[in-house]
Design a protein around this ligand. Structure first.
Ligand SMILES: [Zn+2]
Length: 325
C-alpha cells in the first residue's frame, strides 16, 4: 500500500479570495488565492509529495521514480497524467468561458480537451453560476451576442446551494459566479477560451485576452439539460455519492461517520481530497483541504474519523469499481 500527502500549487487569478487560506489551511504568500491545484501534473503547475521518503518530489518525479504502473492499467495509453483536481474560491465572477474537446484541443493547443465537474463545497446565499444556454441559438447568433454585449441575457443562470453538482462536458459555456467555492475534477488541460470578462483588466492592468473565434468553433449552442442530483448509497458507517462517472474521471463523495475502507485496485490511482472533518488515512492525518495520492494496486486503505472527502480516479464509465463494503 502507498499513500502520500500532496502539497498543491496556487494561482492568484484576479477573481480569487482568501478562503483557501482562512478556512482550508492553505499556506501561500499570495494576497488572494483563486485556485489550489490539488492533484496536478501539468506544465502550468504541479503538486508535490509532502510526506514520507518521497517528500519534496513533484508528482511527475514521484511517478517516474516508482514507475508508471502506480497510475493504473486504465492510464497505460495516456501520454500525460489524465486528471487535474482543484479547489476554486471565486470571490468574484469568473469569465464566461468554454473548453474544447480532445480532437480540437490536440489539433490547436497540443493538449487534451477539458470536460470538468464542479462540486459546490460552499456558497453565499443567492450565489449563481452560468451553465450553458437557455435556448438553442445558432453559432451566428452566438457571435452576435458577443459582438453586441448581450450574451448574459441568453445564458442559463443557476442559483446554487451547498452540495450541488455540475457536469460540464467540453463545449458547454460556463462561469463560476461570485461567492462560490468548488472542488473541480477535470481532464488535465489548461485550455480555456474566454468569451466575456465583464470588461475587467488583469493583474497587468490590461483587459484579459478573449478567444472569440475559437470559442465559436467549439461551443455547443444547444440548451443544456441539468443533470439529476446524485443519490447517496448507505454502507455501514459511511455513505457514497457518485458525483461523476465519465470516461475521463470518476468522482465519488464519501461521508464517513467513524470509519471506512477503500479498495484501490489495479485499474487506477486515487486522489483523496478532504472537504470536511478530520481523519487518519492509513497512517497520515488528513484535515479539511488536504490531498492524498494513493497508488493503483494499493489494496485496502483504512479511513478512521468523521469526515467527508472526494475520491477521484480514472476508470471507464459504467464500470462499478467502488466494491468496498
Ligand atoms: Zn472551466
Amino acid at each position: 500500500m502507498a499513500v502520500v500527502k500532496l502539497s498543491p500549487c496556487f494561482k492568484d487569478y484576479i477573481w480569487g479570495g482568501t478562503r483557501l487560506r482562512d478556512e482550508f489551511g492553505k499556506q501561500c504568500h499570495f494576497d488572494t488565492i483563486a485556485e489550489s491545484w490539488e492533484l496536478a501534473c501539468h506544465k502550468d503547475g504541479s503538486c508535490t509529495v509532502a510526506s514520507g521518503e518521497y517528500n519534496g518530489l513533484t508528482l511527475e518525479q514521484y511517478i517516474d521514480t516508482k514507475g508508471k504502473q502506480i497510475m493504473g492499467t486504465s492510464c497505460e495509453n495516456d501520454k500525460v497524467f489524465p486528471v487535474l483536481v482543484k479547489l476554486i474560491d471565486a470571490k468574484n465572477d469568473l469569465s464566461v468561458q468554454v473548453h474544447p474537446d480532445d480532437e480540437y484541443a490536440m489539433r490547436t493547443e497540443g493538449e487534451p480537451g477539458k470536460t470538468e465537474m464542479w462540486y459546490v463545497i460552499d456558497c453565499l446565499d443567492g450565489a449563481e453560476l452560468i451553465y450553458g444556454f437557455k435556448e438553442k441559438v445558432t453559432p451566428q447568433q452566438f457571435a452576435g451576442m458577443i459582438r453586441d454585449n448581450t450574451l448574459l441575457e441568453y445564458v442559463n443562470k443557476v442559483r446554487v446551494k451547498k452540495g450541488d453538482v455540475f457536469f460540464i462536458p467540453s463545449g458547454t459555456l460556463h462561469a463560476i459566479g461570485k461567492g462560490i467555492l468548488v472542488a473541480e475534477i477535470q481532464q488535465n488541460s489548461n485550455t480555456t477560451y474566454r468569451v466575456y470578462d465583464y470588461g475587467r483588466v488583469g493583474n497587468d492592468g490590461k483587459p484579459r485576452e478573449l478567444h472569440i473565434d475559437k470559442a465559436i468553433d467549439v461551443t455547443d449552442t444547444k440548451p443544456v439539460t441539468m443533470s439529476p442530483m446524485p443519490v447517496a448509497v448507505e454502507y455501514e458507517g459511511y455513505s457514497c455519492t457518485t458525483l461523476a462517472d465519465c470516461k475521463y474521471f470518476t468522482a465519488v463523495k464519501y461521508d464517513v461517520q467513524s470509519k471506512a475502507k477503500l479498495d484501490i485496485d489495479h485499474r487506477s490511482f486515487a486522489h483523496l481530497l478532504m472537504i470536511d472533518g478530520e481523519a487518519k488515512i492509513d497512517e497520515l492525518i488528513g484535515k479539511k483541504g488536504d490531498s492524498f495520492f494513493i497508488d493503483a494496486s494499493s489494496g485496502s486503505v483504512r479511513i478512521n474519523g468523521r469526515c467527508s472527502f472526494i475520491l477521484s480516479r480514472k476508470l471507464q464509465k459504467g464500470i462499478d469499481i467502488f466494491g468496498e463494503k
